[in-house]
Design a binder for this molecule. Structure first.
Ligand code: SF4
Length: 441
């Protein structure tokens, strides 16, 4: 007899979390479970939490409580960053049965199936749960990639953790310690995905710019360092070295990069990276503030001028390069003048999208105890103003692109995405799906 428990997963937060949830779903599915939506009746509800903002914490608690309203006998688990930073708060919620923090969330499948088996709710013909063997010595998954639904794009996680301790950020506490996936494994994964027909590979990590190659390029690598034009001096820019190797893999595919931190990579490295063949000219460079004074209090380690220099260098490589960013409004001590600097840099950099965040206090971070916390009403007014400025900049960017021909990847019958990240709606025939086409914007 075989029983297929129904598993529902709700994911909050960054691309890395999305990617890890997909991996957990794949593992459950491979153990004979059915994956259902979070608002459907399920035997197990899992919230893959985020703790970057207070809103994310609240949403995690809300979703965990919702599960037992749908099915009172369901098992509810909360995993990830919020558990790592405030397990005690979650332990008080009686609906929650299992808590696993970000260091241990890989164990969720075994843990849940074990509980279900003890309850007689999971029986699998003769099969036993095996330990996860796909983990290397650094704790990074060897076959850590995520296939998107449209089967044209796949994600690869190359790195986990951050040690930069920006004053507002909880990540160095929630995902402490730096873990890098070995170069050889990344190369093999990309080759496999290319052979499977994926046309776009999205490279992600918590702070990718901190990526460290585990080794000088392996001797048996199909792509040798000489072929790649890698010089000894590049060793201090390991992400660049890695991307040179990835983009040299033969095949009809392109690479899109996840978020990059300008506090690690300078203009030279970023522009060298943008010049690599196959790298999409779309970059997410977290800015956080346009004011030097605020950047300094935030411990961001770059200035407004540095940031503009990076953007200028990228636009020299491709004038239609899309640049997106995150900006926080209402950081402790942010004055009207500081805020005006954030407003003006949006216009200067002509971002194609800005994620605007109202500063929210995170216990344990340096900014939590900073004086001059900004009033919520002021934050709200600044947020509205900045969102409007961002919309104007985004429109200007689209106008700039208008009439130009760009290479686009057809995702399905109605959607394609250009190399510089513009979604193009249209009618594409079956043969064009998962192919590159030229579109006039
Ligand atoms: S670089 Fe700063 S903002 Fe980015 S994850 Fe690290 S500490 Fe957080």
């Amino acid at each position: 007899m075989k029983i297929s428990p129904r598993i529902a997963i709700y994911t909050l937060g960054c691309k890395v979390n999305q990617y890890e949830s997909q991996k957990i779903k794949d593992e459950f599915a491979s153990q004979g479970c059915a994956i259902v939506d979070y608002d459907q009746e399920a035997d197990v509800y899992i919230v893959n939490s985020c703790t970057v903002t207070g809103i994310a914490d609240r949403k995690t608690r809300q979703m965990a409580r919702r599960s037992k309203k749908i099915n009172p006998s369901a098992i509810t688990a909360v995993i990830g960053c919020y558990v790592k930073t405030d397990e005690a708060a979650l332990a008080e919620i009686e609906e929650i049965d299992v808590l696993l923090d970000s260091d241990n969330k890989d164990g969720i499948v075994a843990r849940v199936l074990d509980i279900l088996a003890k309850d007689g709710r999971y029986i699998q013909d003769g099969a036993e749960l095996v330990e996860d063997k796909d983990v290397n010595a650094d704790g990074v998954h060897v076959h850590d990639f995520l296939h998107t639904e449209d089967r044209t794009r796949a994600y690869i996680k190359i790195q986990d953790g951050c040690d930069r301790f920006c004053a507002y950020c909880i990540i160095p506490y929630a995902r402490a310690g730096l873990k890098n996936k070995p170069v050889r494994e990344i190369i093999d994964e990309v080759k496999l995905l290319v052979a499977q027909g994926y046309k776009e590979i999205v490279v992600t990590g918590i702070n990718m710019a901190l990526y460290c190659c585990d080794t000088i390029i392996p001797a048996n690598s199909a792509v040798s360092s000489t072929e790649m034009g890698i010089h000894k001096d590049d060793r201090n820019v390991d992400l660049l070295v890695l991307l040179r190797l990835i983009t040299a893999i033969p095949g009809d595919f392109r690479i899109r990069l996840g978020s990059l931190e300008p506090n690690v990579l300078g203009a030279e490295a970023i522009s060298a990276l943008a010049k690599l063949d196959k790298i999409c000219p779309q970059f997410h460079l977290s800015l956080q503030s346009g004011s030097d004074r605020v950047l300094n209090t935030m411990n961001r380690r770059y200035t407004r001028a540095d940031y503009i220099h990076i953007v200028t260098a990228l636009r020299e490589v491709d004038p239609l390069c899309s640049i997106t960013t995150d900006i926080i409004v209402g950081f402790p001590g942010e004055t009207e003048e500081d805020f005006e600097e954030s407003l003006s840099i949006v216009d200067i950099c002509q971002f194609s999208h800005v994620h605007v965040f109202r500063y929210s206090k995170r216990k344990g971070t340096a900014a939590y105890r900073m004086p001059n916390q900004v009033d919520e009403k002021v934050k709200s007014a600044r947020s509205t103003k900045l969102i409007r400025a961002a919309e104007v900049a985004a429109n200007e960017f689209r106008q700039l692109c208008s009439g130009h021909t760009r290479q686009a990847l057809v995702l399905n019958g109605t959607r394609a995405i250009t190399d510089n990240g513009i979604e193009v709606m249209g009618l594409y025939d079956e043969r064009q799906i998962n192919r590159f086409v030229d579109v006039v914007l």
